[in-house]
Write a protein that binds this ligand. Structure first.
Ligand code: UD1
Length: 318
């Protein structure tokens, strides 16, 4: 049986990966320091996984956790642009130091491969759209710098130690279990939960900024491909993980009105510092070398996410 170590297993992406690995009949070990992850996310699979409450800064415990592991899917991070601007030191410790520790532990345990949750934010405000992996990165926020540093460390550990690594540049991931309560959470988790209770969402800026929003199931697929695609095609490299379509925030609000039945308005706030204006992925490298094509489109993903939040809210009331 194959063992996967998922860092950040109690987060919304990590917990989705854990379910997918279990569904294919493999073993999951999960680590999380529960700083942004939540126990509820893994409650229903708790008896099926080997969960360890570990901070990535604790190298010794991480080294133990890597023993006997075949593949690592490294999702643990403080995943927020605005939070990184408020606390660049904390961002660096969690997202860079934590990643280096993970790589050391994976290398020492002779893990077969590591996939890494990188971010579209490494591209910054480049005028070229769609954004492709050959472009020179231009990170704006400390968060984006940390993700890019993580990618370079992935590449370095492949070249210096032969540890196979694959960096996946996630484009605005959304889906069930994304925590809506944090002020730093993704915009869709916030908007959906606000609209379902009849609260006015706020658009930062003019609403004409656009994103290539990506349903979490596509990310799960990309990580599994990242573990198993031929090393000569993927090791040491970075790949976009996205839907390949972009939508403005204003249009997103209109789509959500239809899906949620919300009839209220929207507020506008000032532009958010460190924000990227437009984001759209080119997927040809991912298609060719990783074998990735998005399986769930934006609107289907959105409907499934809204249904999930609705059922959570109904269950909380009952
Ligand atoms: C960025 C990265 C993404 C990364 C994520 C981690 C880019 C293009 N994307 O997402 O890859 O995983 O950080 O957090 O850099 N907004 C509102 N109202 C709100 C909340 C947000 O208008 O209540 C706006 C933001 O100003 C932004 C857009 O919605 O323009 C998306 O914001 P958010 O969901 O926080 O993600 P990004 O910062 O784009």
């Amino acid at each position: 049986m194959t063992t996967y170590l998922i860092t950040g297993v109690a987060g919304f992406i990590g917990s989705s990966l854990a379910r997918a690995v279990l569904a294919q009949g493999d073993r999951v070990r999960g680590v999380d320091n529960l700083s942004t992850g939540r126990r509820e996310n893994i409650a229903e699979i708790a008896h099926q996984i080997d969960f360890r409450e570990i901070d990535l800064l604790d190298l010794e415990k991480l080294q133990e956790a890597c023993q006997g592991v075949d593949y690592v899917m490294h999702q643990a991070a403080i995943p927020s642009v605005p939070k990184s601007i408020m606390d660049p030191g904390g961002n660096n410790r969690a997202n860079v130091d934590g990643t280096v520790n993970l790589l050391i532990a994976a290398r020492d345990a002779k893990v077969k491969r590591v996939t890494f949750a990188s971010s579209s934010s490494v591209y910054g405000n480049t005028p070229t759209l769609p954004k492709h992996e050959e472009m020179t990165p231009d990170p704006i926020s400390p968060y984006a710098v940390a993700k890019l540093a993580g990618e370079y460390y992935m590449n370095s550990f492949y070249r210096c130690y032969g540890l196979e690594t694959v960096a996946l540049r996630y484009f605005n991931i959304f889906g069930p279990r994304q925590d809506p309560s944090s002020p730093y959470t993704g915009v869709l988790a916030k908007f959906i939960t606000q609209m379902l209770v009849g609260e006015e969402p706020t658009i930062f800026g003019d609403g004409q900024q656009s994103r290539d929003f990506t349903f979490v199931e596509n990310v799960v697929q990309a990580n599994l491909l990242g573990c198993h695609a031929p090393a000569e095609k993927v090791a040491g490299r970075a790949f976009n993980v996205a839907t390949g379509q972009r939508i403005t925030l204003t249009d997103t609000f209109e789509v959500l009105k239809k899906i949620t039945g919300y009839t209220g308005g929207i507020k506008h706030g000032p532009d958010r510092r460190g924000d990227v204006r437009h984001s759209l992925a080119e997927l040809s490298r991912s298609e060719r070398d990783l074998g990735y094509t998005p399986r769930v489109d934006f609107e289907t993903g959105l409907r499934r996410t809204v249904e999930w939040y609705e059922s959570e809210m109904a269950a909380a009331k009952a």
